[in-house]
Design a protein around this ligand. Structure first.
Ligand code: 6PG
Length: 242
């Protein structure tokens, strides 16, 4: 596990872009494509914008990049709350990427049908029914230690077989990838910002018992690696920071 504390969102976004560009070149070179699953939330927006910026856009072979999502809210795709729309606004609309490389979760189908549809789509794309291997999964972490739409104490954390499941919430229902899929990725990249996350982050990164209470603490790639890019405010309670 690599933990890197870097000043602010701007800095972690640049570092995330550097990693994304480097890995995309490596995997396109070796397997002809790079398959990423991305998150919603506010932290990755700057990363998406930078990736689409004049400085970086040309360093990525977009026709060979496939974009999936780790989770989605059950709203129309045009909604402000849609994770697809957030990535569309900040990244997809600013680059030239084939439509068939965009693999969104159909939140408008509702939680159960949306999850089934997404799982079928993943199976067709990878051409197998075994657990898919994403090349990179970019995750965020909420103040309660949730990641993707896996919330503390939720039933979806026990899922061993399905790739995508419904996540029912008071405010909104969602669809999320499951723990076995997330932990089967080649690389997991966490982008974490904000002082409000400092206590939970300390539990997850410095307390081997407490970390298991939090979905983000259950991220432990079976065959891959995990990198945490953390802003200085979110790292405020950590003992050892760079
Ligand atoms: C979502 C996410 C979610 C997010 C965290 C952190 O759909 O909202 O996928 O898991 O990554 O809530 O969000 P922030 O980056 O906004 O803190």
């Amino acid at each position: 596990m690599q933990i890197r504390v870097i000043s602010d969102i701007e800095a972690i976004s640049h570092e995330a872009v550097r990693i994304f560009v480097m890995l995309s070149k490596e995997y396109i070179g070796s397997q002809g494509r790079f398959v990423a699953a991305i998150s919603g939330g506010s932290t990755p927006k700057r990363f998406y914008e930078l990736l689409a910026s004049d400085s970086y856009r040309g360093n990525v072979e977009w026709s060979k990049i496939h974009l999936f999502w780790v989770d989605e809210r059950c709203v129309p795709k045009e909604s402000e709350s849609s994770n697809f729309m957030s990535a569309f606004d900040h990244l997809i609309s600013r680059i030239s990427i084939p439509d068939e490389n965009i693999h969104r979760i159909k939140g408008e189908y509702g939680p159960e049908k949306g999850a089934r549809d997404y799982e079928e789509h993943i199976k067709r794309f990878f051409g197998i029914s075994a657990l898919p291997v994403f090349d990179i999964i970019i995750l965020g972490m909420g103040e309660d230690g949730h990641t993707a739409s896996l919330f503390p104490g939720s039933k979806s954390l026990d899922e061993k077989i399905r790739f995508a499941v419904p996540a029912y919430g008071e405010k909104m229902n969602r669809v999320t990838l499951t723990l076995p899929v997330l932990n089967n990725a080649r690389h997991i990249l966490f982008l974490v910002s904000g002082q409000s996350k400092a206590d939970v982050l300390k539990d997850i990164l410095e307390n081997t018992e407490k970390r298991k209470k939090y979905p983000a603490g259950l991220m432990s790639p079976a065959h891959g690696d995990i990198t945490w890019l953390i802003t200085r405010d979110a790292a405020g309670r950590l003992k050892t920071i760079e």
